[in-house]
Design a protein around this ligand. Structure first.
Ligand SMILES: N[C@@H](CCC(=O)N[C@@H](CS)C(=O)NCC(=O)O)C(=O)O
Length: 210
């Protein structure tokens, strides 16, 4: 099997999503660091791979694939015999629905607003924008409750097998759970709290999200 290359920094949530799948599939891969903070993702060389200058980008067999929702189904077929996508059409729809909710409604409030302002900005000597954090709590709660209403969490999001949706949500929880706002945002989502206590113990999560 050809060894794929993942471009991106290990701290990126979306890079972590791709790596969680590769780790759970037992696939070998190379991780090539591309720094999102120093402007490296906006260099002509990197923009030639990913015109929007984001990570991750996957290279395999001379082909380049960007956008996590395109990368993970591809890797699932090539390296995991499709085991991370449910065969039942409704479960498949729920999986994609959860991934879309994460991308469209959860990532921005939970990571871009709350985590970055609460944890990253102060760690670099800056001051938290409290207004931005306060304004992000309700949207994060809405997204969490929407996922809660779709998920099974026994023990994984869609039942007893890991799916792409778990790989998508785990890295968000890793960062979001490091903020005090996580308690409020998950107060009405007991299933997701139980899910988190299970998946946070997976060896792949400890390895990729350490
Ligand atoms: N839609 C992209 C989003 C990727 C993304 O937002 N990556 C972040 C890191 S987690 C990034 O590259 N940020 C750098 C930037 O926005 O300049 C995907 O699903 O792959």
């Amino acid at each position: 099997m050809v060894k794929p290359t993942v471009y991106g920094i290990p701290q990126s949530t979306y890079v972590r999503t791709v790596r969680l799948l590769l780790e759970e599939a037992g696939a070998e891969y190379d991780l090539k660091p591309v720094d999102i903070f120093s402007g490296e993702t906006k260099s002509p060389e990197y923009l030639a791979k990913h015109p929007f200058g984001k990570v991750p980008t996957l290279e395999i067999n001379g082909e380049t694939i960007y956008e996590t929702v395109a990368i993970t189904p591809y890797l699932n077929t090539v390296f995991a015999s499709d085991k991370f996508i449910p065969s039942e059409p409704l479960h498949q729809a729920r999986m994609r629905q959860i991934m879309a909710i994460i991308d469209s409604y959860l990532y921005m409030p939970a990571i871009r607003s709350i985590f970055i302002q609460r944890v990253l900005v102060p760690s670099q000597g800056g001051q938290t924008d409290e207004e931005m954090v306060a304004g992000a709590i309700a949207p994060a709660q809405t997204a969490m409750q929407a996922i809660e209403s779709l998920a099974v969490c026994e023990p994984y999001l869609l039942g007893n097998e890991l799916t792409l949706a778990d790989f998508h949500l785990i890295p968000i929880f890793v960062y979001f759970s490091a903020t005090p706002e996580f308690e409020t945002a998950t107060a009405q989502t007991p299933k997701l709290r139980k899910w988190w206590s299970e998946v946070s113990q997976l060896p792949s999560v400890k390895k990729v999200c350490a």
